[in-house]
Design a protein around this ligand. Structure first.
Ligand SMILES: [Zn+2]
Length: 270
C-alpha cells in the first residue's frame, strides 16, 4: 500500500509538473501573460521598416489590414497542431534566451520555432516569386548567399559575417562550423509537416551540416519525450548571431544546430 500511495503521489506530482510546464512554455494563459497590445507593440518595434502600427489586439499594416495577435484555434490540439496554426501570441510566447549560456532546452521548449505564417507571408512574400523579388546576394566567407532585403535582414547577416571574421583569428576552429553554408533561400515546407520553413522567406541560413545535429536526422518523432540533446556549436558563434537579431535552432528541444534565422522580435541580447 505504501508503494501504491507513493506511486499515486508521484503520478500527481508528474501531472502538476506537466501542467506547470504547459502553463509556462506552451502558454495556457497565466496571470502575468502579456496583453495582445503589448505583444503587438513588440512586433511593431522589431520590424520598423514595415511601418506597422499596434492597436489593442492586432498588428495593423500600412494599408489598414490587420493581423490579430490571438486567433481562435491557435492554442488547441496537440503540440504539432499548435505549431501548424501558430498566431503571433504563440510566436512570442516562449522567451528566447538571447546571449545566455548554452544549455539543453526543456521538453518542448522551442523559442522561435512557432511562426504565424500569415504574418511572415505578408512581411516577406507569399510565393517563391514574391520572396525572390526581394533577395540579394550576401558574401558569406566567399560564398554568395541569397537573403531578403526586407527589414534589413541582408544587412544583419552581413554584420554577423563581419563580426565573426573579426573573431576568427582568436578562434580558428570556428571556420569549420561556418563554412560551407548548406544554404539560405528555398521555398519549401519543413520535412514531414505542412508548415513553411523559415528558409522560404529568405531569412534563414544553415551552416556546415558536417558539424551539425538535427532531431529529424537522429530519427526522433516531433513532440516525443526524452529526445537526447546534441550540439557541437561553440557559444561564441551563437552569441554573435544573436547580437544581430538571429535566433538559433540549437536552443530548441527539437534541435537544429546548423540553423539560424532573423527574428528581431525575439533575439535581443540584454
Ligand atoms: Zn535551416
Amino acid at each position: 500500500m505504501d508503494q501504491l500511495l507513493h506511486a499515486l503521489k508521484a503520478a500527481r506530482c508528474a501531472r502538476v509538473v506537466r501542467l506547470l510546464l504547459l502553463g509556462g512554455s506552451l502558454g495556457v494563459a497565466a496571470p502575468t501573460a502579456p496583453t495582445d497590445a503589448q505583444l503587438a507593440e513588440a512586433v511593431v518595434r522589431a520590424y520598423p521598416d514595415a511601418q506597422l502600427r499596434a492597436d489593442a489586439d492586432a498588428v495593423v499594416w500600412p494599408d489598414g489590414t490587420r493581423t490579430p495577435v490571438t486567433r481562435a484555434g491557435a492554442t488547441s490540439g496537440s503540440y504539432t497542431d499548435r505549431l501548424n496554426h501558430a498566431d503571433l501570441r504563440a510566436q512570442l510566447r516562449t522567451p528566447y534566451p538571447a546571449c545566455a549560456p548554452l544549455r539543453p532546452p526543456a521538453y518542448l521548449e522551442d523559442p522561435g520555432r512557432a511562426r504565424d505564417d500569415a504574418f511572415f507571408r505578408r512581411l516577406y512574400g507569399s510565393s517563391s516569386a514574391q520572396v525572390s523579388a526581394h533577395l540579394r546576394a550576401v558574401n558569406w566567407f566567399g560564398q554568395r548567399l541569397a537573403f531578403t532585403t526586407v527589414n534589413g535582414a541582408d544587412r544583419a547577416l552581413e554584420a554577423v559575417a563581419r563580426d565573426l571574421a573579426a573573431q576568427l583569428p582568436q578562434h580558428p576552429d570556428w571556420r569549420a562550423f561556418l563554412t560551407p553554408s548548406a544554404g539560405t533561400f528555398l521555398w519549401r515546407t519543413v520535412a514531414g509537416t505542412p508548415r513553411l520553413s523559415a528558409h522560404s522567406y529568405g531569412i534563414a541560413i544553415d551552416l556546415n551540416t558536417r558539424m551539425s545535429a538535427y532531431w529529424q536526422w537522429d530519427g526522433h518523432r516531433e513532440g516525443a519525450r526524452g529526445i537526447p540533446y546534441r550540439n557541437r556549436f561553440p557559444a561564441g558563434i551563437v552569441h554573435t548571431f544573436e547580437r544581430h537579431g538571429f535566433v538559433w535552432g540549437g536552443r530548441w528541444y527539437h534541435y537544429d544546430t546548423m540553423h539560424f534565422e532573423y527574428r528581431p522580435e525575439l533575439a535581443r541580447c540584454p
